[in-house]
Design a protein around this ligand. Sequence first.
Ligand SMILES: *Cc1c(COP(=O)(O)O)cnc(C)c1O
Length: 408
Amino acid sequence: MSKKGFFGNWGGAYIPEVLNQTFRQLEAEYGRARQDPSFWQEYTALMSNYSCRPTPLTYAANLSRHFGGAQIYIKREDLNHTGAHKANNVMGQGLLVKRMGKKRVIAETGAGQHGMATATMAAKFGFACTIYMGEVDVRRQRPNVFWMEKMGATVVPVKDGSRTLKDAINEAFRDWVTNLDDTHYVFGTACGPAPFPEMVSWFQSIIGQEAARQILEQHGRLPARVYACVGGGSNAMGVFQGFLGDDVELVGVEAGGHGLDSGRHASRLCGRDASPGVAQGYKSMFLQNEDGQMLETHSVAAGLDYVGVSPILSDLADKKRVRFESATDQEVIAALDLTMRLEGIIPALESSHAFVQAFKEAPELPQEAAIIINMSGRGDKDIFTIAHAFDDPSWKEFIIARAEEYRK
Ligand SMILES: *Cc1c(COP(=O)(O)O)cnc(C)c1O
Protein backbone atom coordinates (compact mmCIF):
# COMPACT_ATOMS: atom_id res chain seq x y z
CA MET A 1 0.00 0.00 0.00
CA SER A 2 1.29 3.47 -0.83
CA LYS A 3 1.15 6.21 1.80
CA LYS A 4 -2.27 7.45 0.88
CA GLY A 5 -3.94 4.05 0.87
CA PHE A 6 -3.83 3.60 -2.89
CA PHE A 7 -3.20 0.35 -4.74
CA GLY A 8 -2.02 1.48 -8.15
CA ASN A 9 -4.84 3.66 -9.39
CA TRP A 10 -7.37 2.44 -6.82
CA GLY A 11 -8.40 2.83 -3.20
CA GLY A 12 -7.81 5.95 -1.11
CA ALA A 13 -9.88 7.29 1.76
CA TYR A 14 -12.60 9.65 0.55
CA ILE A 15 -14.11 10.49 3.93
CA PRO A 16 -15.84 13.51 5.46
CA GLU A 17 -13.52 15.69 7.50
CA VAL A 18 -15.21 14.81 10.81
CA LEU A 19 -14.00 11.23 10.39
CA ASN A 20 -10.33 12.18 9.94
CA GLN A 21 -9.31 11.76 13.53
CA THR A 22 -11.17 8.47 13.93
CA PHE A 23 -9.42 7.11 10.87
CA ARG A 24 -6.02 8.29 12.17
CA GLN A 25 -6.71 6.42 15.42
CA LEU A 26 -7.79 3.26 13.57
CA GLU A 27 -4.76 3.41 11.27
CA ALA A 28 -2.44 3.83 14.24
CA GLU A 29 -3.97 0.92 16.16
CA TYR A 30 -3.91 -1.30 13.07
CA GLY A 31 -0.29 -0.28 12.40
CA ARG A 32 0.70 -1.20 15.96
CA ALA A 33 -1.10 -4.55 15.68
CA ARG A 34 0.80 -5.40 12.50
CA GLN A 35 4.12 -4.58 14.16
CA ASP A 36 3.29 -6.61 17.25
CA PRO A 37 3.72 -10.39 16.81
CA SER A 38 1.69 -11.03 19.97
CA PHE A 39 -1.39 -9.55 18.25
CA TRP A 40 -1.37 -12.20 15.51
CA GLN A 41 -0.76 -14.88 18.15
CA GLU A 42 -3.74 -13.67 20.17
CA TYR A 43 -5.81 -13.60 16.97
CA THR A 44 -4.93 -17.14 15.86
CA ALA A 45 -5.42 -18.48 19.41
CA LEU A 46 -8.88 -16.88 19.54
CA MET A 47 -9.78 -18.27 16.11
CA SER A 48 -8.65 -21.78 17.01
CA ASN A 49 -10.63 -21.75 20.24
CA TYR A 50 -13.79 -19.97 19.04
CA SER A 51 -13.89 -20.68 15.30
CA CYS A 52 -12.34 -24.10 14.52
CA ARG A 53 -9.14 -22.80 12.93
CA PRO A 54 -7.11 -23.99 11.15
CA THR A 55 -9.96 -25.05 8.87
CA PRO A 56 -9.23 -28.25 6.91
CA LEU A 57 -8.13 -28.44 3.30
CA THR A 58 -10.34 -31.30 2.11
CA TYR A 59 -9.21 -33.48 -0.80
CA ALA A 60 -12.27 -33.96 -3.00
CA ALA A 61 -11.47 -37.46 -4.30
CA ASN A 62 -14.83 -38.05 -5.99
CA LEU A 63 -14.99 -34.71 -7.79
CA SER A 64 -11.35 -35.15 -8.90
CA ARG A 65 -12.15 -38.60 -10.34
CA HIS A 66 -15.35 -37.28 -11.95
CA PHE A 67 -13.52 -34.58 -13.93
CA GLY A 68 -10.42 -36.71 -14.58
CA GLY A 69 -7.97 -33.80 -14.54
CA ALA A 70 -6.43 -31.81 -11.71
CA GLN A 71 -6.73 -33.00 -8.09
CA ILE A 72 -9.36 -30.82 -6.41
CA TYR A 73 -8.86 -29.52 -2.86
CA ILE A 74 -11.45 -27.49 -0.97
CA LYS A 75 -10.47 -24.94 1.70
CA ARG A 76 -13.22 -25.28 4.28
CA GLU A 77 -14.08 -21.76 5.48
CA ASP A 78 -17.62 -23.09 5.98
CA LEU A 79 -16.39 -24.72 9.19
CA ASN A 80 -15.80 -21.36 10.84
CA HIS A 81 -18.13 -20.22 13.62
CA THR A 82 -21.27 -18.77 11.96
CA GLY A 83 -20.47 -20.75 8.82
CA ALA A 84 -18.24 -18.50 6.74
CA HIS A 85 -14.94 -16.64 6.44
CA LYS A 86 -16.65 -13.51 7.80
CA ALA A 87 -15.72 -14.65 11.32
CA ASN A 88 -12.04 -14.01 10.52
CA ASN A 89 -12.65 -10.34 9.81
CA VAL A 90 -15.04 -9.54 12.65
CA MET A 91 -13.00 -11.27 15.36
CA GLY A 92 -9.85 -9.48 14.16
CA GLN A 93 -11.60 -6.12 14.24
CA GLY A 94 -13.07 -7.00 17.65
CA LEU A 95 -9.55 -7.37 19.06
CA LEU A 96 -8.65 -3.94 17.63
CA VAL A 97 -11.79 -2.38 19.14
CA LYS A 98 -10.76 -3.77 22.53
CA ARG A 99 -7.32 -2.23 22.12
CA MET A 100 -8.86 1.13 21.18
CA GLY A 101 -11.00 1.00 24.31
CA LYS A 102 -14.26 1.48 22.41
CA LYS A 103 -17.49 -0.03 23.71
CA ARG A 104 -19.87 -0.07 20.75
CA VAL A 105 -19.77 -1.54 17.25
CA ILE A 106 -21.96 -0.91 14.23
CA ALA A 107 -22.12 -2.71 10.91
CA GLU A 108 -24.02 -2.84 7.66
CA THR A 109 -25.40 -6.08 6.35
CA GLY A 110 -27.13 -7.20 3.15
CA ALA A 111 -28.09 -10.84 3.45
CA GLY A 112 -27.44 -10.70 7.17
CA GLN A 113 -24.28 -12.84 7.28
CA HIS A 114 -21.95 -10.00 8.23
CA GLY A 115 -24.53 -8.70 10.70
CA MET A 116 -24.71 -12.15 12.28
CA ALA A 117 -20.93 -12.41 12.53
CA THR A 118 -20.67 -8.91 14.04
CA ALA A 119 -23.47 -9.56 16.55
CA THR A 120 -21.68 -12.76 17.58
CA MET A 121 -18.41 -10.92 18.09
CA ALA A 122 -20.14 -8.12 20.04
CA ALA A 123 -21.80 -10.64 22.36
CA LYS A 124 -18.49 -12.39 23.01
CA PHE A 125 -16.55 -9.16 23.67
CA GLY A 126 -19.39 -7.42 25.54
CA PHE A 127 -19.84 -4.54 23.07
CA ALA A 128 -23.12 -2.77 22.35
CA CYS A 129 -24.08 -3.51 18.74
CA THR A 130 -26.28 -1.86 16.12
CA ILE A 131 -26.76 -3.43 12.69
CA TYR A 132 -28.04 -1.43 9.72
CA MET A 133 -29.97 -3.41 7.17
CA GLY A 134 -32.13 -2.31 4.24
CA GLU A 135 -35.83 -2.68 4.97
CA VAL A 136 -36.23 -5.00 1.98
CA ASP A 137 -33.41 -7.22 3.28
CA VAL A 138 -34.87 -7.27 6.80
CA ARG A 139 -38.01 -8.73 5.30
CA ARG A 140 -36.13 -11.20 3.06
CA GLN A 141 -33.73 -12.43 5.77
CA ARG A 142 -35.93 -12.95 8.81
CA PRO A 143 -33.93 -15.90 10.28
CA ASN A 144 -30.71 -13.83 10.45
CA VAL A 145 -32.53 -10.84 11.94
CA PHE A 146 -34.04 -13.14 14.56
CA TRP A 147 -30.63 -14.46 15.64
CA MET A 148 -28.97 -11.04 15.64
CA GLU A 149 -31.66 -9.72 17.97
CA LYS A 150 -31.43 -12.77 20.20
CA MET A 151 -27.68 -12.14 20.56
CA GLY A 152 -28.43 -8.66 21.83
CA ALA A 153 -27.94 -6.55 18.69
CA THR A 154 -30.31 -3.78 17.63
CA VAL A 155 -31.28 -4.22 13.99
CA VAL A 156 -32.27 -0.97 12.30
CA PRO A 157 -34.26 -1.28 9.04
CA VAL A 158 -33.08 1.40 6.57
CA LYS A 159 -35.90 2.97 4.60
CA ASP A 160 -33.83 5.12 2.18
CA GLY A 161 -33.20 4.55 -1.51
CA SER A 162 -33.58 0.99 -2.73
CA ARG A 163 -33.68 -0.14 0.95
CA THR A 164 -30.85 -2.65 0.41
CA LEU A 165 -27.13 -2.99 1.17
CA LYS A 166 -25.77 0.27 -0.23
CA ASP A 167 -28.37 2.28 1.70
CA ALA A 168 -27.44 0.37 4.86
CA ILE A 169 -23.77 1.34 4.34
CA ASN A 170 -24.70 5.02 4.00
CA GLU A 171 -26.77 4.87 7.17
CA ALA A 172 -23.94 3.16 9.09
CA PHE A 173 -21.55 5.97 8.08
CA ARG A 174 -24.13 8.51 9.30
CA ASP A 175 -24.25 6.78 12.70
CA TRP A 176 -20.46 6.68 12.90
CA VAL A 177 -20.10 10.39 12.23
CA THR A 178 -22.33 11.17 15.21
CA ASN A 179 -20.85 8.59 17.62
CA LEU A 180 -17.12 8.79 16.87
CA ASP A 181 -15.80 8.56 20.40
CA ASP A 182 -17.17 5.24 21.56
CA THR A 183 -18.09 3.51 18.27
CA HIS A 184 -16.21 1.42 15.69
CA TYR A 185 -17.68 0.64 12.29
CA VAL A 186 -16.93 -3.02 11.50
CA PHE A 187 -16.72 -2.89 7.71
CA GLY A 188 -17.67 -6.25 6.22
CA THR A 189 -15.37 -6.71 3.25
CA ALA A 190 -12.12 -5.56 1.63
CA CYS A 191 -13.70 -2.32 0.36
CA GLY A 192 -14.39 1.09 1.85
CA PRO A 193 -11.91 3.82 2.73
CA ALA A 194 -8.32 2.96 3.72
CA PRO A 195 -7.29 1.25 5.93
CA PHE A 196 -10.29 -1.13 5.60
CA PRO A 197 -9.36 -2.88 2.32
CA GLU A 198 -5.87 -3.71 3.55
CA MET A 199 -6.87 -4.38 7.15
CA VAL A 200 -9.74 -6.75 6.28
CA SER A 201 -7.46 -8.52 3.77
CA TRP A 202 -4.85 -8.92 6.49
CA PHE A 203 -7.26 -10.67 8.86
CA GLN A 204 -8.45 -12.87 5.99
CA SER A 205 -4.87 -13.76 5.00
CA ILE A 206 -5.06 -16.47 7.68
CA ILE A 207 -6.92 -18.51 5.00
CA GLY A 208 -4.08 -18.35 2.49
CA GLN A 209 -1.37 -18.89 5.10
CA GLU A 210 -3.04 -22.12 6.19
CA ALA A 211 -3.90 -23.26 2.66
CA ALA A 212 -0.31 -22.82 1.40
CA ARG A 213 1.04 -24.91 4.29
CA GLN A 214 -1.69 -27.55 3.93
CA ILE A 215 -1.33 -28.07 0.18
CA LEU A 216 2.43 -28.61 0.57
CA GLU A 217 1.80 -31.14 3.34
CA GLN A 218 -0.96 -32.98 1.50
CA HIS A 219 0.00 -32.66 -2.17
CA GLY A 220 3.74 -32.08 -1.93
CA ARG A 221 3.76 -28.99 -4.08
CA LEU A 222 1.96 -25.73 -4.79
CA PRO A 223 -1.37 -25.75 -6.64
CA ALA A 224 -1.59 -24.78 -10.31
CA ARG A 225 -4.63 -22.58 -9.70
CA VAL A 226 -6.63 -21.14 -6.80
CA TYR A 227 -10.30 -20.18 -7.20
CA ALA A 228 -12.41 -17.84 -5.07
CA CYS A 229 -15.73 -16.07 -5.47
CA VAL A 230 -15.66 -12.28 -5.42
CA GLY A 231 -18.31 -10.12 -3.77
CA GLY A 232 -16.46 -7.30 -2.06
CA GLY A 233 -13.36 -9.44 -2.36
CA SER A 234 -12.40 -10.42 1.19
CA ASN A 235 -12.38 -14.22 0.97
CA ALA A 236 -10.58 -13.98 -2.40
CA MET A 237 -7.93 -11.65 -0.97
CA GLY A 238 -7.64 -13.97 2.01
CA VAL A 239 -6.79 -17.10 0.07
CA PHE A 240 -4.85 -15.33 -2.74
CA GLN A 241 -2.39 -13.81 -0.26
CA GLY A 242 -1.01 -17.26 0.45
CA PHE A 243 0.11 -17.55 -3.19
CA LEU A 244 0.65 -14.01 -4.57
CA GLY A 245 4.42 -14.39 -4.66
CA ASP A 246 4.34 -17.85 -6.22
CA ASP A 247 3.88 -19.24 -9.69
CA VAL A 248 0.21 -19.99 -9.02
CA GLU A 249 -2.64 -18.79 -11.20
CA LEU A 250 -5.29 -16.90 -9.21
CA VAL A 251 -8.88 -16.86 -10.45
CA GLY A 252 -11.64 -14.61 -9.07
CA VAL A 253 -15.22 -15.52 -9.95
CA GLU A 254 -17.92 -12.85 -9.99
CA ALA A 255 -21.69 -13.12 -10.08
CA GLY A 256 -22.80 -13.58 -13.69
CA GLY A 257 -26.49 -13.57 -12.67
CA HIS A 258 -28.60 -14.02 -15.79
CA GLY A 259 -25.52 -13.55 -18.02
CA LEU A 260 -23.05 -10.72 -18.69
CA ASP A 261 -25.18 -9.31 -21.52
CA SER A 262 -28.42 -9.39 -19.52
CA GLY A 263 -27.87 -6.27 -17.41
CA ARG A 264 -28.76 -8.51 -14.47
CA HIS A 265 -25.47 -9.49 -12.85
CA ALA A 266 -22.82 -8.17 -10.44
CA SER A 267 -19.62 -8.50 -12.50
CA ARG A 268 -17.37 -5.50 -12.04
CA LEU A 269 -14.01 -6.80 -13.21
CA CYS A 270 -15.14 -9.02 -16.06
CA GLY A 271 -17.85 -7.99 -18.45
CA ARG A 272 -18.22 -4.47 -19.82
CA ASP A 273 -20.78 -2.81 -17.58
CA ALA A 274 -18.57 -1.38 -14.81
CA SER A 275 -16.51 1.81 -14.88
CA PRO A 276 -14.07 3.60 -12.53
CA GLY A 277 -15.72 5.66 -9.82
CA VAL A 278 -15.56 6.88 -6.25
CA ALA A 279 -18.28 5.79 -3.84
CA GLN A 280 -18.60 4.77 -0.20
CA GLY A 281 -15.18 6.24 0.52
CA TYR A 282 -13.00 4.49 -2.06
CA LYS A 283 -12.08 4.45 -5.74
CA SER A 284 -12.66 1.25 -7.67
CA MET A 285 -14.68 -0.27 -10.48
CA PHE A 286 -18.42 0.23 -9.91
CA LEU A 287 -21.61 -0.79 -11.66
CA GLN A 288 -22.99 2.72 -12.25
CA ASN A 289 -24.63 4.78 -14.96
CA GLU A 290 -23.00 7.73 -16.77
CA ASP A 291 -24.01 10.09 -13.96
CA GLY A 292 -22.37 7.91 -11.33
CA GLN A 293 -25.70 6.61 -10.00
CA MET A 294 -25.30 3.04 -8.77
CA LEU A 295 -27.10 0.40 -10.85
CA GLU A 296 -29.29 -2.37 -9.54
CA THR A 297 -27.26 -5.58 -9.37
CA HIS A 298 -28.45 -9.15 -9.35
CA SER A 299 -27.16 -12.51 -8.15
CA VAL A 300 -28.74 -15.66 -6.79
CA ALA A 301 -26.08 -15.27 -4.07
CA ALA A 302 -26.90 -12.31 -1.83
CA GLY A 303 -23.27 -11.99 -0.69
CA LEU A 304 -22.04 -11.31 -4.22
CA ASP A 305 -24.79 -8.82 -5.04
CA TYR A 306 -22.77 -5.60 -4.64
CA VAL A 307 -21.97 -2.62 -6.91
CA GLY A 308 -18.29 -2.17 -5.95
CA VAL A 309 -15.24 -4.37 -5.51
CA SER A 310 -12.02 -4.28 -3.51
CA PRO A 311 -9.58 -1.66 -4.85
CA ILE A 312 -6.82 -4.22 -4.24
CA LEU A 313 -8.50 -6.59 -6.69
CA SER A 314 -9.01 -3.76 -9.22
CA ASP A 315 -5.25 -3.25 -9.03
CA LEU A 316 -4.47 -6.98 -9.33
CA ALA A 317 -6.79 -7.07 -12.37
CA ASP A 318 -4.84 -4.18 -13.98
CA LYS A 319 -1.61 -6.02 -13.27
CA LYS A 320 -3.10 -9.23 -14.69
CA ARG A 321 -2.06 -11.05 -11.51
CA VAL A 322 -5.63 -12.27 -10.96
CA ARG A 323 -7.85 -13.50 -13.80
CA PHE A 324 -11.56 -12.71 -13.45
CA GLU A 325 -14.39 -14.89 -14.68
CA SER A 326 -18.11 -15.06 -13.98
CA ALA A 327 -20.64 -17.80 -13.25
CA THR A 328 -24.35 -17.59 -13.98
CA ASP A 329 -27.10 -18.39 -11.46
CA GLN A 330 -27.95 -21.52 -13.42
CA GLU A 331 -24.35 -22.80 -13.50
CA VAL A 332 -24.13 -22.19 -9.76
CA ILE A 333 -27.10 -24.42 -8.98
CA ALA A 334 -25.65 -27.21 -11.17
CA ALA A 335 -22.22 -27.03 -9.44
CA LEU A 336 -23.90 -27.05 -6.04
CA ASP A 337 -25.97 -30.10 -7.00
CA LEU A 338 -22.87 -32.03 -8.12
CA THR A 339 -20.83 -31.11 -5.03
CA MET A 340 -23.61 -32.21 -2.66
CA ARG A 341 -24.04 -35.54 -4.46
CA LEU A 342 -20.37 -36.44 -4.94
CA GLU A 343 -18.80 -35.05 -1.76
CA GLY A 344 -21.62 -34.58 0.76
CA ILE A 345 -20.58 -30.96 1.08
CA ILE A 346 -23.03 -28.04 0.78
CA PRO A 347 -21.27 -24.87 -0.42
CA ALA A 348 -22.94 -21.49 -0.02
CA LEU A 349 -24.39 -20.06 -3.23
CA GLU A 350 -21.56 -17.48 -3.15
CA SER A 351 -18.85 -20.14 -2.87
CA SER A 352 -20.49 -22.22 -5.60
CA HIS A 353 -19.41 -19.57 -8.10
CA ALA A 354 -15.79 -20.58 -7.49
CA PHE A 355 -16.74 -24.25 -7.90
CA VAL A 356 -18.30 -23.52 -11.33
CA GLN A 357 -15.10 -22.10 -12.78
CA ALA A 358 -12.90 -24.76 -11.17
CA PHE A 359 -15.11 -27.49 -12.67
CA LYS A 360 -14.81 -25.87 -16.13
CA GLU A 361 -11.01 -25.87 -15.93
CA ALA A 362 -10.14 -29.01 -13.93
CA PRO A 363 -10.45 -31.41 -16.93
CA GLU A 364 -7.90 -29.44 -18.98
CA LEU A 365 -5.18 -29.74 -16.30
CA PRO A 366 -2.89 -32.78 -15.81
CA GLN A 367 -3.62 -35.23 -12.99
CA GLU A 368 -0.39 -34.29 -11.16
CA ALA A 369 -1.66 -30.74 -10.81
CA ALA A 370 -3.71 -29.58 -7.82
CA ILE A 371 -6.26 -26.81 -7.64
CA ILE A 372 -7.74 -25.19 -4.55
CA ILE A 373 -11.30 -23.93 -4.34
CA ASN A 374 -11.90 -21.54 -1.48
CA MET A 375 -15.26 -22.56 -0.01
CA SER A 376 -16.12 -19.24 1.64
CA GLY A 377 -19.17 -20.55 3.49
CA ARG A 378 -21.77 -23.26 3.98
CA GLY A 379 -25.03 -23.42 2.09
CA ASP A 380 -27.39 -24.17 4.99
CA LYS A 381 -28.30 -20.47 5.15
CA ASP A 382 -29.47 -20.68 1.52
CA ILE A 383 -32.07 -23.40 2.04
CA PHE A 384 -34.96 -21.13 1.00
CA THR A 385 -33.27 -20.12 -2.28
CA ILE A 386 -31.85 -23.57 -3.05
CA ALA A 387 -35.10 -25.42 -2.36
CA HIS A 388 -36.85 -22.90 -4.60
CA ALA A 389 -34.25 -23.38 -7.37
CA PHE A 390 -34.67 -27.17 -7.20
CA ASP A 391 -38.43 -26.59 -7.25
CA ASP A 392 -38.79 -29.13 -4.45
CA PRO A 393 -42.50 -29.90 -3.93
CA SER A 394 -42.21 -31.34 -0.40
CA TRP A 395 -40.32 -28.24 0.74
CA LYS A 396 -43.13 -26.06 -0.58
CA GLU A 397 -45.65 -28.17 1.34
CA PHE A 398 -43.58 -27.84 4.50
CA ILE A 399 -43.44 -24.02 4.25
CA ILE A 400 -47.19 -23.76 3.63
CA ALA A 401 -47.97 -26.13 6.52
CA ARG A 402 -45.78 -24.10 8.91
CA ALA A 403 -47.46 -20.87 7.82
CA GLU A 404 -50.90 -22.39 8.42
CA GLU A 405 -49.86 -23.53 11.91
CA TYR A 406 -49.16 -19.90 12.78
CA ARG A 407 -52.38 -18.65 11.27
CA LYS A 408 -54.49 -20.89 13.56
C1 LIG B 1 -20.30 -12.43 2.34
C2 LIG B 1 -19.93 -13.65 1.64
C3 LIG B 1 -19.17 -13.62 0.45
C4 LIG B 1 -18.77 -12.36 -0.26
O1 LIG B 1 -17.85 -11.56 0.41
P1 LIG B 1 -16.33 -11.38 0.00
O2 LIG B 1 -15.92 -10.16 0.75
O3 LIG B 1 -16.25 -11.19 -1.48
O4 LIG B 1 -15.62 -12.59 0.44
C5 LIG B 1 -18.81 -14.84 -0.11
N1 LIG B 1 -19.17 -16.01 0.43
C6 LIG B 1 -19.90 -16.08 1.57
C7 LIG B 1 -20.27 -17.42 2.11
C8 LIG B 1 -20.31 -14.91 2.21
O5 LIG B 1 -21.03 -14.99 3.33
